[in-house]
Design a protein around this ligand. Structure first.
Ligand SMILES: NC(=O)c1ccc[n+]([C@@H]2O[C@H](COP(=O)([O-])OP(=O)(O)OC[C@H]3O[C@@H](n4cnc5c(N)ncnc54)[C@H](O)[C@@H]3O)[C@@H](O)[C@H]2O)c1
Ligand SMILES: O=c1ccn([C@@H]2O[C@H](COP(=O)(O)OP(=O)(O)O[C@H]3O[C@H](CO)[C@@H](O)[C@H](O)[C@H]3O)[C@@H](O)[C@H]2O)c(=O)[nH]1
Length: 476
């Protein structure tokens, strides 16, 4: 079967860039990205795309209107397509059974029901969203229970491994493409059809095929391993701070062992983003449901250490500022969960700002890519704050880093934006209250230079201003 028309349901961080790259690399395929959000679709059709990803705009501009279309007409998109990619959000469930851990599959189910309702010919349905193992089976059950005469479905698992900020590069040159399918003749044919789409630009040996359940679990496993690596180095950073070791040196020594590898060993204020926490919790819940208690506890620790790291960093700020930040002005540099993205979901900056505001600090946030409304919406989200008025009293969003820092007691780096490295720190130092503190939560600044300017510098995984501090194991 040759794929001529693809419809992607969900014009988000994954659906938008993924389908833009498919359209770019497969000129003979018509690709339509649909979404229930008319506003999001209007943005995709405008000059200001709804997401910022290096390289995305050029690709969209080249393909949009040619073989790449963005539409709010979900039904027509489904009806016309040979292959439908489901790329809707699968957030952590915030209510009922599995609350706070299980993935909420209501949007996936809505897509399956919509496909069953409007499809008039056979389709390959591709599950691209990250889901618990056996979600493809549920989609199949819904489609089969509502099938029209003469219509057949094959459901494939094709998880996405792109990282935000490098989405286009990851899509153009993926480490691998994973396709899971039913172990039957029809299943193999469907896998082959999707594989042919990718083969337009991905070398065949990088396309891994397997059974559906392995594919679904592999996505959760990959994210769990990556998050575990960060929590491991962050746990080590606490030991470094307490002993005088330097976490960068430890990471270098550990990472040069080719069996471990040097990637994902950057100690930080904690991982953020829409995926790691959600997917590890999803895995934890899956293990609990399977009565694999010890396995669930093992993976839960990855999250526990991440929460500990954010809290530990915030406590260190308070401790260094003479044990009180009440009414003190603190500049937060960076609100996105990592550099080169405007995404703020689960960003460590949200938690650090929240903890400091709970202590009465006046927070002045600057981020080069995150809009003011987005910052306010994160900080006033019901999960984050009980008192919106208090937040508006204590929070200022600044459009300029120098304005954000002026008159503050401390500067806190929460995102590793390149521009923070090259700011004029002499100018910043002169404008701050003394002693002027810098807390580098990303280990990106030249600490010696800052110390020479007169700053008191604190960073993750290294004690710069004091000797070795041994504390009793019980105090954190
Ligand atoms: N963000 C990432 O970097 C990333 C990477 C790999 C995998 N994933 C996974 O991909 C999936 C999508 O993530 P995302 O970040 O793109 O989410 P997102 O929230 O940015 O986008 C999802 C879109 O789906 C739309 N939608 C929801 N229900 C719909 C329906 N019934 N019909 C039409 N549109 C509907 C929403 O309006 C939204 O625009 C998730 O499962 C996520 O875990 C995300
Ligand atoms: O050494 C490191 C590497 C990353 N991070 C932090 O970890 C978080 C996640 O970063 P990253 O993984 O680069 O971005 P995501 O866009 O969340 O991508 C992850 O989650 C996606 C969604 O499932 C997967 O597709 C990707 O493969 C996986 O890397 C960010 O806060 C980073 O700052 C660190 O603290 N230290």
């Amino acid at each position: 079967m040759t794929i001529k028309k693809i419809c992607c349901i969900g014009a988000g961080y994954v659906g938008g860039p993924t389908c833009s790259v498919i359209a770019y690399k497969c000129p003979s395929i018509q690709v339509t990205v649909v979404d229930i959000s008319k506003e999001r679709i209007a943005q995709w059709n405008s000059d200001k795309l709804p997401i910022f990803e290096p390289g995305l705009e050029d690709i969209v501009k080249e393909c949009r209107g040619r073989n790449l279309h963005f539409s709010a007409d979900v039904d027509t998109g489904i009806r016309d397509a040979d292959l439908i990619i489901i790329s809707v959000n699968t957030p952590t469930k915030m209510y009922g059974l599995g609350k706070g851990r299980a993935a909420d599959l209501k949007y996936i189910e809505a897509c399956a029901r919509r496909i069953a309702e409007v499809a008039q010919k056979s389709k390959i349905v591709v599950e691209k969203s990250t889901v618990p193992v056996k979600a493809a089976e549920s989609i199949t059950d819904i489609l089969k229970a509502n099938v029209k005469p003469g219509v057949k479905y094959q459901v494939l698992s094709n998880p996405e491994f792109l990282a935000e900020g490098t989405a286009i590069k990851d899509l153009l040159e993926p480490d691998r493409v994973l396709i899971g399918g039913e172990q039957s003749v029809e299943g193999h044919e469907a896998v082959k059809a999707l594989s042919c789409v990718y083969q337009n630009w991905v070398p065949k040996e990088k396309i891994i095929t397997m059974n559906t359940w392995s594919s679904e679990l592999s996505k959760l496993a990959a994210n769990a391993f990556l998050a575990q690596k960060i929590s491991s180095i962050n746990a080590m950073s606490a030991v470094c701070e307490a002993t005088g070791a330097d976490v960068n040196e430890v990471a270098h020594a550990v990472g040069t062992d080719s069996r471990i590898g040097n990637k994902f060993l950057k100690a930080s204020v904690g991982f953020g983003g829409s995926c790691f926490q959600k997917d590890v919790l999803n895995l934890v819940y899956l293990c609990e449901c399977l009565n694999l208690h010890e396995v669930a506890v093992y993976w839960q620790q990855v999250i526990t250490i991440n929460e500990y790291q954010r809290r530990r960093f915030s406590n260190r700020i308070i401790e260094c500022l003479f044990n009180t930040v009440t009414n003190k002005k603190i500049a937060i540099f960076g609100f996105a969960f990592k550099k080169d993205t405007g995404d703020t979901r689960e960003s460590a900056a949200i938690y650090v700002s929240k903890y400091l505001m709970e202590e009465g600090a006046n927070i002045r946030i600057y981020d080069p890519k995150v809009e003011k409304d987005q910052i306010i919406s994160e900080m006033t989200h019901p999960n984050m704050c009980e008192d919106k008025e208090r937040v508006s009293e204590l929070l200022t969003v600044c459009e300029d880093p120098y304005v954000a820092a002026a008159g503050t007691h401390a500067l806190v780096i929460c995102t590793e934006w390149d521009e923070f490295v090259t700011l004029d720190y002499k100018k910043i130092y002169d404008s701050m209250l003394k002693p002027a503190f810098v807390f580098d939560g990303r280990l990106i600044l030249n600490h010696q230079e800052l110390i020479d300017l007169g700053f008191h510098v604190e960073t993750i995984g290294k004690r710069l201003n004091r000797g070795i501090v041994y504390r009793p194991a019980s105090s954190t």
